[in-house]
Design a protein around this ligand. Structure first.
Ligand SMILES: NC(=O)c1ccc[n+]([C@@H]2O[C@H](COP(=O)([O-])OP(=O)(O)OC[C@H]3O[C@@H](n4cnc5c(N)ncnc54)[C@H](O)[C@@H]3O)[C@@H](O)[C@H]2O)c1
Length: 399
């Protein structure tokens, strides 16, 4: 039985560790946070995901899953650490690969000749080769005597356990035999999806291409929302009608683009090919500029000093995650311009990004004006309440 070691036990690594265990492997989850390792070894999960605790219980009961804060020898290593972006002193936005580099060093300490190291973290082109060179340097094993591959993760929170088994996977390597071996390893896990093999650069670009496509499409929708505002027509109606064409699929505008994927991944292409990717760059600028545009827009309706309810603070509807949230950015802009912000985020129980968190009832009772930044289910169910005050609807909820 092969032993698989998952490097990083967060939103991706933990469900992956559990799923590989339930597929029959012996699995070790390695994380640098000792408190996380302790919690997990007690059989408790530290992230919110439907069905994950039950799956963890089953996986722990097999006796084939444990967690460690010290890298252990294994046959296959899967790197699933975070890959955020960072701003350089020169004002450029680039990937921060320090977590991947450190995980690769840990792999290098324990990998044996013939072992496989798979990079799952979303990464810029050439990252799998970077991992290969670090593992080789630290282990002293020549690159031709172990294997590397990239297998980007494309699952979505809320459906992780399902999508780990059902989504198609792309596996790429600079050596076809390594990609084929990685495919064999993933086959018992990906029970419904198809696994396709390719080279490492194509696999890296594939994940970035998917998210960049969506970012550019949303930038187009956001630009259309500004045009429609000047024309005095409903952008959501316009897009719905345009999408009746069989070959058109315009996404939905909003208050911006957030989260740790779509708002981040396009930079990973741009950082390497700045001179030939103006479209990717411009889409990022348009989406990042949308919160300020919405603030400008509502200034026409309501003057600074007013109480404005911001309905939705997370980065997308029906989740509690505020990473890179454009709603938070928008609330901060309003506050800087002298509005009194009444944040309302029903998916979070405490204060949110420094703002007191109000119930919808409370926010609507107190506000002079409301801005609907997210189409949360609760807001959909309480449209009548929202309609009691003047509002600006960024997402087409009130249609
Ligand atoms: N979360 C998602 O929905 C999602 C979806 C698709 C792809 N991804 C990608 O998957 C990757 C992981 O994302 P995530 O959301 O799971 O991140 P996360 O922050 O939830 O988890 C990362 C974990 O790695 C650990 N870690 C950091 N450095 C380490 C090291 N050197 N060795 C061992 N452990 C280390 C951290 O302590 C943390 O527990 C990222 O590249 C992300 O872009 C995420």
């Amino acid at each position: 039985m092969k032993k698989i070691e998952i490097m990083g036990c967060g939103y991706i690594g933990l469900p992956t560790a559990i799923t590989f265990t339930l597929a029959g492997y012996e699995v070790c989850g390695f994380d640098i946070q000792e408190s996380v390792v302790k919690t997990l070894n007690e059989g408790k999960i530290h992230i919110v995901e439907p069905g994950l605790q039950e799956a963890m219980d089953q996986a722990m009961a097999t006796g084939r899953l444990h967690f460690t804060a010290k890298p252990e020898p294994a046959d296959v290593f899967i790197i699933a650490v975070q890959t955020p972006h960072r701003d350089t002193p020169e004002g450029k936005r680039v990937s921060d690969m320090k977590y991947v580099e450190s995980a690769a060093r840990s792999v290098g300490q324990v990998i044996r000749p013939g072992g496989l190291c798979v990079l799952e973290s979303t990464s810029p082109p050439y990252s799998t080769r970077l991992v290969e060179s670090i593992v080789s340097e630290v282990s002293g094993i020549p690159a031709e005597n172990f294997m590397t591959a990239h297998c980007p993760e494309r699952i979505i929170p809320g459906r992780m356990l399902i999508e780990l088994r059902e989504n198609d996977r792309i596996i790429g390597s600079n050596r076809p035999e390594s990609a084929e071996y990685a495919k064999e390893i993933y086959t018992p896990v990906v029970t419904k999806g198809t696994i396709r093999t390719t080279d490492d650069l194509t696999a890296e670009m594939c994940k970035l291409t998917e998210n960049t496509f969506r970012d550019i499409n949303i930038a187009y929708a956001n630009e259309l929302s500004k045009v429609c505002d000047r024309l005095g027509i409903d952008v959501f109606n316009l897009i719905q009608l345009a999408n009746c064409h069989p070959r058109v699929n315009v996404h939905t505008p909003g208050v911006g683009v957030g989260g740790h994927c779509i708002a981040v991944d396009p930079w990973f292409i741009h950082e390497k090919f700045e001179d030939i990717t103006p479209l990717i760059y411009e889409a990022r600028v348009i989406n990042d500029g949308k919160p300020a545009w919405v603030a400008d827009r509502i200034e026409k309706d309501v003057a600074p000093g007013a109480k404005v309810a911001v309905l939705g603070m997370s980065f997308k509807a029906n989740i509690d995650d505020i990473r890179e949230s454009p709603s938070v950015e928008f609330a901060n802009i309003l506050q800087q311009r002298g509005y009194e912000v009444l944040a309302c985020e029903p998916y979070i129980s405490h204060e949110v990004a420094g703002f007191a968190n109000h119930s919808l009832e409370d926010a609507m009772a107190q506000c002079d004006y409301a801005v609907i930044t997210l189409a949360h289910n609760e807001f959909k169910e309480k449209k009548d309440l929202i309609a009691t005050k003047p509002y600006y609807d960024c997402v087409g909820l009130m249609r």
